[in-house]
Design a protein around this ligand. Structure first.
Ligand code: ADP
Length: 509
């Protein structure tokens, strides 16, 4: 290789000197200092005296053997902590040179680089985290969108189903009534017609109950209302609904009730009825041949109800899903049903502190087992002797008045009817009835205002508010106005009579 031109060599020498502050120490193999050259001041090594042991000042020399070949020790610190690259070069047979070249700039650059690379790493980690969060949010959004689409689909299916559900029994009820009005029903068919109308009406009612309960449950307003009720009678009523339906499908309806059930218990009878009706209705609906059995037993204070059928059964994979609202098995799409029965049943049982299990085999049948805690009651007859009591009913709807007249008079009560709240106040203050059944929404003066007036006039007898309103706040409103009880319309005979008995008996206790 040819030598650099002199001016270039001089230029390089000047620049290297300017930039690297070269200093050189001649050292023997025992690491003693023999001579100093160049800018030793820069490295604060000028105080080293010749012959001194260098390892004391430059500890990285310890254990180092110079082999004779030039080597570079990068980025080492010298006495004052300055950072330099150290080149080891041969000098004489017994010594070598330590050439020190300042590396502060290189060292600072490396530190800046490392700092930057740490920051980049940190940013990368943050970026990864943000990306993961973004992914998760996108995933959740996609799931939410799917749920919304699913809910919207279910809602459309629900509306289509429910309209069909209402239309079918109502068409048959209206058809029978039309035939009756046109005198096309003979005496012999009258009973059959009434049974069919009753069954249709019952179906519509349980449908309305289920839909309203679902809304109440969603609004957190489903609440239990325990009364004294006679178990045997309650189940006899239920059998009366299902026997004709089962017979219509040529199914055996087997009812068994252990003797302990001939008892009064305190339970929310309306909800208990609704649970059993939902499960029995399903058992009959999804069974084409064989039998449906309803078995009841009372184990201390635990009511056990078993509803079994020899129907289509439910595949294991679907046994959880069918308890979700609006979920039905594909195979049953063409049959009547809104897909709410089991969801409501489960919610009611949760509210009553009860339980529900399902045991089902496709092609063999299904067994639903219900448990509900109840309180045993004294064997008193809660259908109090009506004749001893005088009732006032404030109700503006003629149909509701007729049905109440039927229920109350058949229980022996003497009943006076008025059409509005003002008449209720005037009559009650004059005739002093033992109890008032007060409709909530009436012309002239509503039931709440009438109750407030009566209480302010010192009227003490029980007042039970009747309302078709679903909201819990209406009940609270009525109780705050001074009512003793609250009954939800449509009224059922056993529920009405049990409520009356409760307040009239209390009056005499
Ligand atoms: P619905 O009967 O109105 O469809 P449910 O919530 O009561 O709604 O029932 C949900 C689904 O569970 C039904 O559509 C039906 O597919 C299935 N199922 C319920 N009870 C039975 C039963 N006893 N036998 C067979 N399948 C049943």
């Amino acid at each position: 290789m040819s030598e650099m031109p002199l001016c270039v060599r001089e230029y390089l020498r000047d620049n290297v000197t300017e930039r690297f502050f070269p200093a050189c120490l001649e050292v023997d193999y025992q690491h003693r200092l023999l001579a100093k050259f160049g800018d030793v001041d820069f490295y604060h090594l000028n105080q080293l005296s010749l012959g001194c042991e260098l390892e004391e000042h430059l500890p990285w020399l310890i254990g180092m053997n110079f082999t004779g070949d030039a080597i570079v020790l990068p980025l080492l610190r010298v006495a004052d902590g300055r950072c330099c690259n150290i080149h080891l070069l041969p000098a004489t047979r017994s010594s070598f040179y330590l050439l020190l070249l300042d590396a502060s700039l290189e060292h600072d650059n490396i530190e800046v680089y490392q700092q930057k690379s740490n920051e980049v790493q940190l940013l990368n980690t943050r970026l990864k985290k943000v990306l993961a969060e973004l992914n998760q949010a996108q995933h959740e959004l996609r799931e939410k969108n799917q749920q919304i689409a699913q809910v919207s689909l279910l809602k459309s299916q629900f509306i289509a189903n429910i309209s069909h559900e209402f239309r079918t029994p109502l068409t048959s009820i209206l058809g029978y009534i039309e035939m009756f009005e046109q005198n096309k029903i003979g005496d012999a068919e009258l009973g059959q017609m009434l049974t069919a109308i009753g069954a249709g009406a019952q179906h519509v009612l349980s449908l309305v109950d289920n839909v309203l309960d679902y809304a109440r449950f969603e609004a957190g307003e489903l609440s239990a209302n325990a009364h004294s009720c006679h178990l045997d009678r309650l189940f006899a009523d239920i059998c009366a609904i299902f026997l004709p339906l089962a017979t219509d499908k040529k199914l055996n309806f087997v009812f068994s009730c252990e003797p302990q059930c001939l008892a009064y218990v305190k339970v929310d009878a309306v909800r208990l009825r609704q649970v059993v009706i939902n499960l029995c209705a399903n058992a009959i609906k999804y069974t084409d041949k064989g039998e449906v059995a309803l078995a009841v037993s009372l184990d201390d204070e635990l009511l056990r109800i078993k509803i079994s059928d020899t129907g289509a059964g439910i595949p294991v994979a679907a046994q959880e899903r069918i308890f979700l609202p609006f979920r039905r098995l594909d195979r049953d799409r063409l049959s009547r049903g809104a897909g709410l029965g089991l969801a409501i049943t489960q919610q009611i049982l949760e509210m009553l502190g009860g339980g529900l299990t399902l045991d089902s085999k496709p092609g063999v049948g299904s067994v639903f087992r219900v448990t509900i805690p109840v309180q045993r009651q004294q064997q008193t007859d809660h259908t109090v002797s009506g004749s001893a009591y005088k009732l006032l009913v404030a109700e503006d709807d003629p149909d509701a008045r007729n049905i109440m007249q039927l229920y109350l008079q058949s229980a022996g009560y003497s009943v006076e009817f008025v059409n509005d709240g003002r008449a209720a106040v005037e009559t009650a203050l004059k005739t002093k009835p033992d109890l008032i059944l007060m409709d909530m929404f009436m012309p002239v003066l509503d039931g709440i205002s009438a109750t407030v007036q009566l209480r302010s006039e010192g009227f003490m007898a029980p007042i039970i508010m009747l309302s078709a309103a679903v909201s819990r706040s209406d009940k609270t409103h009525a109780m705050n106005a001074g009512c003793d009880g609250y009954l939800q319309k449509p009224l059922k005979s056993d529920m009405l009579l049990a409520e009356l008995a409760q307040y009239l008996q209390q009056k005499h206790e």
